[in-house]
Structure formats: structure tokens, C-alpha cells
Design a protein around this ligand. Structure first.
Ligand SMILES: Nc1ncnc2c1ncn2[C@@H]1O[C@H](COP(=O)(O)OP(=O)(O)OP(=O)(O)O)[C@@H](O)[C@H]1O
Length: 251
């Protein structure tokens, strides 16, 4: 099977510090890859390198077979890699609908977008992403009136509005209630029917809900890779990560 995203021997260095060291990883069509690992393992740096937010020192990133290493972030987004960051990056004083409108591919500038005549096609597209993220009932509410979880979903909807083929999510459930976390898992599973999804996550219950393939990062390297069961029973993973999480959960 052809991979959508292929990372080969990736190294990212910050002032002499190796944040990523020889990372290789493939993401296939329509799969969910969940990245776990201790704080500072290099998880966010990996997503940053994919979208050129952090420069790649050596190694390669291929998207649909094309080498995109250190291409401009704008080009990478335009090619079809959508990235959601940890903190919601939404316009609080606009409606949910207008936030999605602004994110639509080919949209330029707030006023030009909001005052331009809305085509039936654009409206349909906006409601499609709102229904995929459980936000149809909130379409005309101001984002400022939404819960923290709903704001995160608005941002996922904004990423989907850009028609990516791969969606990168950095800790999408941070700060969410248990119900919101569960709902986020269902949204991600639904998105994976039409997109590849890479998710960074700490909450192991959530990881179990969504995970198909897990990649464990530790000190900038891939420590282990496999199913939930394989990773949970891997002694190296227990030692550096899951043992610690279990202790935290029972403390
Ligand atoms: N822009 C930067 N400049 C210098 N060092 C950085 C930069 N970004 C990340 N680092 C360092 O690289 C290492 C990996 O950081 P990263 O944020 O990728 O880890 P992480 O696995 O996402 O951690 P967390 O789970 O805490 O978010 C850390 O030691 C961090 O301090």
C-alpha cells in the first residue's frame, strides 16, 4: 500500500539539541496514527517539522510521493496537510459559521469573505464540516459563547474546510470534559473514514478509544510502534511512559 505521508530518517536540531533523531514513520490512507510519549519526547516537533514550523536538519518528508521537506508552510497546507495546534486559534467574536467560511480553501481576508455572496456550494461545504464535527446547532452562535471543547471542534472543522487529505491534531482533548473527550474520539473516527489522521495524545483511555496504530516517541526517537495491546505490553514503553502514567492515574 502507498503511504500518504512518509517520513525518512528525520532529524530536527535546536541550537545543538537533537529534538528528533532518525525518526521514520509512514501514514497510510484513511488510518489513525496516534503518537504518545513522555513530555519533551518530540511529539509536537514532529508535527511542526511536517508542516515546516520547525526546520528539518536532515532526512526527508514525502507527501503523496513528493518530497516536501522544508517547503513553505503555506505550500504544505495548500497541498493537503491540515494541522490543528494545541490552543484554539479561532475568531471569538464571529459566529461558528463565519469561522468556517474564513477557513474555506481559496478564501482571502475577513471582510471580503464575510461580505462576498455566499454560493450554495460554499454553504453546503460549511454545513458538511459542521455536521462532521457536531456543530450544526451552534452554526450561528458566537464562538465566544461556546465551551472549550466546542471551540476545539470549531478548529477541527476549520482544518477540514481546507480539504486536507491528512489531518494532524496536537492534543485535541486537552482541557476537555470526559463527555467532550469521548465526542472528540468519535469525531476523529468519523474523519478517518475520508482522511488520514495523526493525533498526539496523553490520555490513554482516549488513545484506546481511537487508536489503530500507536507510535511511541522517547527522547526524539521512535521507541515502539504497534497496536494498543502491543504497545501496552512492551516493557520499554512501560518503563519510560505507561508505568509512569499508571502511577499518575492511581496516585
Ligand atoms: N523551538 C524550540 N527551540 C528549542 N527547543 C525546542 C523548541 N521546540 C521544542 N524544543 C525542545 O525539543 C524537545 C521536544 O519538544 P516537544 O514539544 O516536541 O515535545 P513533546 O513530546 O511534544 O512534549 P509535550 O508532551 O510536553 O508537549 C523539548 O526538549 C523541547 O524543549
Amino acid at each position: 500500500m502507498e503511504s500518504v505521508l512518509s517520513i525518512k530518517d528525520l532529524n530536527v536540531v535546536f541550537s545543538g539539541f537533537k529534538a528528533l533523531s532518525g525518526v521514520s514513520l509512514d501514514v497510510y490512507d484513511g488510518e489513525i496514527v496516534t503518537i504518545i510519549g513522555p513530555n519533551g519526547a518530540g511529539k509536537s516537533t514532529l508535527l511542526d517539522a511536517i508542516v515546516s514550523k520547525s526546520p528539518v536538519f536532515s532526512g526527508h518528508i514525502y507527501y503523496q510521493g513528493k518530497d516536501i521537506t522544508n517547503n513553505s508552510p503555506h505550500d504544505i497546507a495548500r497541498m493537503g496537510i491540515g494541522r490543528k495546534f494545541q490552543n484554539p486559534n479561532v475568531y471569538n467574536e464571529l459566529s461558528v459559521f463565519d469561522n468556517i467560511l474564513l477557513a474555506l480553501k481559496g478564501t482571502h481576508g475577513i471582510w471580503a469573505s464575510i461580505t462576498a455572496k455566499l454560493t450554495k456550494e460554499k454553504k453546503g461545504k460549511i454545513f458538511d464540516v459542521l455536521s462532521r464535527t457536531g456543530l450544526v446547532d451552534q452554526a450561528f452562535e458566537l464562538v465566544s459563547s461556546l465551551s472549550h471543547g466546542q471551540k476545539q471542534w470549531v478548529e477541527i472543522a476549520m482544518v477540514l474546510a481546507q480539504d486536507p487529505s491528512i489531518v494532524l491534531l496536537d492534543e485535541p482533548t486537552a482541557g476537555m470534559t470526559a463527555d467532550e473527550t469521548y465526542m472528540t474520539g468519535e469525531i476523529i473516527k468519523s474523519i478517518s473514514k475520508s482522511h488520514s489522521v495523526v493525533v498526539i495524545e496523553h490520555d490513554m483511555e482516549f488513545v484506546k478509544q481511537i487508536a489503530e496504530r500507536i507510535v511511541v516517541l522517547h527522547q526524539g526517537q521512535v521507541l515502539a510502534e504497534g497496536s494498543v495491546e502491543e504497545v501496552q505490553s512492551n516493557p520499554k514503553v512501560i518503563e519510560v511512559y505507561l508505568g509512569h502514567e499508571t502511577i499518575k492515574a492511581t496516585a
